[in-house]
Design a protein around this ligand. Structure first.
Ligand SMILES: O=C(O)CCC(=O)c1ccccc1C(=O)O
Ligand SMILES: [Mg+2]
Length: 369
């Protein structure tokens, strides 16, 4: 296994209620049969890009990956390398190695990563394209509307707007302005990144109901599953005489990494779950979570932590393996100022095209190996 550190700046910081993301730093993870003997059937590439607060730190990530090496032959993987990486303690490290091994296995089998992942989860053949949402930061009303109009002009029909950093009145006004600007046919999501207390979240749901949001993501802190469950019923009163607005669907994101999928499903806390392979410990784990969510009647959505091109492409494969997936947060390549390699997944008309060549994207990343 070889690790190559990288550091990429965002073109402009992504503003969220949990602070601003301005740089992504991580490791490319390469495995090959030469170094790793029979455990690796072909060259494979992965990416471990920790986002502190969401995953382990960069140093913990590197230490975990080093811990997966054979004690007697530093270059080779231990036979139980992947099992040494705890998906909840060091999810980005596990993601990096799990992806590299899955890429190698898929290449060896002549399958795309999506085909390989789907087969392992007993899912049907992957789709050729995946619908995506545009990601709009928590900026002032004028810039929010400008970004929304720009995205719609580019062909997006689903927009996700970050909220929660500037007070509820301001957010309601931002979202109303976006709805006015883009009309009723564009799907709107809002992501509060856990910013609100129960009272504010309840008021938000009541005031957002007329805007026909596709969902409100993580309105409450990650731990508060009971609060999220209660929000799902606001406005859906049994009183059929009154013409009440429908409830706003609730999506959970941070809660998945903090409490786990089982707790979220058991608490009936979400209409949708936002699955980030980097935060969940790997593409395989993200797809398994998607399948379990679906079986429980909860809509899976795949996004990234603003990963570089290798992990972003892997997330596209994960999404492609989910039949009829809802728009995913995978249009984030343009948020980076520079990237590790040209993007093999073009986006047009609000959808990303899934690579069909073996592994991640055929030979597109061979220079990175
Ligand atoms: O989902 C998207 O549209 C993009 C990804 C995104 O918003 C995000 C990126 C980094 C960290 C957290 C989040 C989030 O969904 O909260
Ligand atoms: Mg989110």
């Amino acid at each position: 296994m070889r690790l190559r550190p990288f550091s990429l700046a965002l073109a402009s910081p992504l503003e969220t209620a949990r602070g601003s993301i301005d740089r992504r730093e991580g490791f490319l993870v390469a495995v090959d049969p030469g170094a790793d003997g029979e455990s690796v059937p072909a060259p494979g590439l992965g990416e471990a890009t920790p986002l502190p607060g969401w995953t382990e730190s960069r140093s913990a990530c590197e230490a975990a990956l080093r811990g997966a090496e054979d004690e007697n032959d530093g270059k080779a993987l231990a036979t139980d390398a992947l099992d040494r990486l705890d998906p909840t303690e060091t999810p980005a490290a596990r993601h990096g190695l799990a992806l590299a091994l899955a890429d190698a296995t898929a290449r060896d089998a002549g399958q795309s990563l999506a085909e390989r992942l789907a087969e392992n989860e007993n899912l049907p053949a992957p789709t050729e394209t995946v619908p995506v949402n545009a990601t709009i930061g928590d900026v002032d009303s004028e810039d929010t509307v400008a970004a929304a109009e720009n995205a719609v002009e580019k062909g997006f029909d689903c927009l996700k707007v970050k909220v929660g950093a500037r007070g509820l009145d301001a957010d309601i006004e931002r979202l109303r302005a976006v709805r006015r600007a883009v009309g009723g046919d564009v799907s709107l999501r809002a992501d509060a990144n856990g910013a609100w207390d129960r009272e504010t979240a309840r008021e938000a749901v009541e005031r957002l109901a007329p805007l026909d949001l596709a969902y409100l993501e993580q309105p409450l802190p990650a731990d508060d599953l009971d609060g999220a469950a209660a929000l799902r019923t606001v406005g859906s009163g049994v009183d059929t005489d009154t013409d009440r607005d429908p409830p706003v669907p609730i999506a959970l994101d941070e809660s998945l990494a903090t409490r786990g999928l089982d707790a979220v499903l058991d608490a009936d806390a979400a209409d949708a779950v936002v699955l980030k392979p980097m935060a969940l410990g790997g593409p395989d784990r993200a797809l398994a979570a998607a399948r379990r969510a679906r079986e429980a009647g909860v809509e899976p959505v795949v996004t990234t932590t603003i990963d570089a091109v290798v992990a972003r492409t892997a997330a596209v494969h994960v999404a492609a393996a989910i039949p009829d997936v809802s728009p995913c947060g995978l249009a984030t390549g343009s948020l980076l100022d520079t990237d590790l390699a040209p993007d093999p997944c073009p986006i047009s008309d609000g959808a990303v095209t899934v690579p069909t060549d073996p592994g991640l994207a055929g030979d597109a990343f061979d220079d990175l190996l």
